[in-house]
Design a protein around this ligand. Structure first.
Ligand code: MG
Length: 455
């Protein structure tokens, strides 16, 4: 199959600013291409809580029906709830209207396959080809698709999560949980989940609002000061925050200290691998080496992928892996579904803390070796990126990995990753080492090397 020249899909679906970079007729035309790609069967359509989501979801529904697909409408749901319903209820596939953690003006479409995972990269290109060729199927008045509501998506999703954890063990601990919903799509699901697990719940930013007036849709540790303060002031057991469409979860411990997804992911991996020895963990090249130490202790294997949740999900299916995670708070537990799920992640963390029977900070210190990371980005002329990457590779004295960009091990516990962005003229530089100082020195050294190589 010919690879299309022009791209619509980025790392996580198609993203744009409605009415600025594309209008609703684009969404209809793209959804006709998606409907043509699915070819048969019923497609589930869901949306996050953005201001433009109802308009885009209607346009997506129209385009799918115009290509002859029947559709079911889930309404406002977290992305993982839609993905779970697609697999669980046997839909042919799905379309989620969302821009995840992007600012409020953005929106977009994620295309989900029948297994609940975003369609493979090559299939994104098949959809693009149909779009650019104009070879969309056009139904007539007899074959045009029809719509029905599917009001059971969230109920089934919550049932699916609760069935995968030990509810009794969690409830016995009577945890106090502070949850920052960030006005995002988990407002519709996660509070009911945590309450059904017998926890006392305090919520922040719990009203669905497409302007994200609380703390914005991106749950970085810097944006979650209110969560930390609330956990600390009421002596809660933990805090959890979700991104705009609810597939990522970030945690803070009982002292209010925010954790990166690397740390929470490694802690959950340690807990789950203890119960499932010889399991496989999938994670991108950019995440912590702590996971190799944890996996070794549990007799497990780690598989590294390119950066991007779709690559992690698809590798989990290929290797029949138990779990996967990303440093941004994405965590995948494949016995539930092989996609990131903030709700499942929160439930697993409650079970992990209940089983370990110690405070969150202690459980982390006890289970996950501590490493320090530093990261930055450097503007680089796109044409010079290949030369820059090979210069870094040539200068390397230690072990080199080429899974995504170039990762160089400078000593037993220190690495640097130099990785071009897929969408912008920049390279990202990550480093990890035993101390913060050493990680920052490594980043500085490679920023200089990148500037020299690209000048
Ligand atoms: Mg997201």
């Amino acid at each position: 199959m010919a690879v299309s020249q022009e791209r619509l899909f980025g790392t996580n679906g198609v993203r744009f600013i409605p009415g600025v970079s594309h209008d609703l007729s684009f969404v209809i035309k793209l959804s006709e291409a998606i409907g043509t790609y699915f070819d048969e069967g019923e497609v589930l359509v869901g949306q996050d809580g953005r201001v433009s989501s109802p308009a885009l979801a209607n346009a997506a529904a129209s385009g799918l029906m115009s290509s002859g697909r029947d559709i079911a409408e889930a309404g406002v749901v977290p992305t993982p709830a839609l993905q779970f319903a697609i697999r669980d209820e046997g839909y042919k596939g799905g379309v989620m209207v969302t821009a995840s953690h992007n600012p409020p003006q953005y929106n977009g479409l994620k295309v989900v396959a029948h297994d609940g995972v975003e369609v493979p990269r090559l299939d994104e290109q098949r959809i693009e080809k149909i779009f650019f060729d104009g070879s969309q199927s056009k139904a007539d008045w007899k074959t045009v698709g029809v719509a029905r509501p599917d009001p059971s998506v969230i109920r089934r999703y919550l049932g699916g999560i609760v069935s995968k954890v030990n509810r009794k063990m969690i409830a016995e601990r009577k945890f106090t949980v502070v949850m920052d919903l960030g006005n995002g799509a988990q407002c519709a699901a996660a509070p009911a989940l945590v309450e059904s697990l017998g926890c006392k719940l305090i919520t922040l930013n719990s009203v669905l609002d497409g302007n994200f007036p609380g703390r914005g849709p991106e749950p970085t540790p810097d944006a979650l000061g209110d969560l930390s303060a609330a956990v600390n002031s009421i002596s809660a057991d933990l805090g959890v925050a979700f991104d705009g469409d609810g597939d990522r979860a970030m945690f803070c411990d009982e002292t209010g200290r925010m954790l990166w997804g690397d740390q929470s992911g490694s802690l959950l991996a340690d807990y789950l691998l203890e119960r499932n020895p010889n399991g496989t963990v999938v994670t991108p090249v950019s995440s912590t080496q702590a996971i190799e130490k944890v996996a070794k202790r549990r007799g497990a294997k780690v598989v590294r992928t390119k950066v991007g949740s779709v690559d992690v999900s698809r590798m989990i299916l290929e290797r029949n892996a138990l779990l996967g995670f990303e440093e941004n708070g994405g965590f995948i537990y494949s016995p539930h579904i092989s996609v990131r799920d903030g709700g499942m992640t929160a439930a697993l963390m409650l079970e992990c803390l209940a089983a370990k029977g110690m405070a969150f900070s202690k459980a982390l210190a006890f289970s996950v070796p501590r490493f320090h990371q530093a990261k930055t980005k450097v503007q680089v002329d796109r044409k010079k990126i290949p030369a820059l990457i090979s210069a870094v590779e040539k200068q390397a004295k230690g072990e080199v990995e080429r899974t995504d960009g170039v990762k160089v091990w400078t000593d037993e516990h220190s690495w640097v990753l130099v990785r071009p962005s897929g969408t912008e003229p920049i390279v990202r530089i990550f480093a990890e080492s035993e101390s913060q100082e050493k990680a920052e020195l490594l980043v500085k050294k490679y920023v200089r090397a990148a500037k020299v190589a690209s000048s």
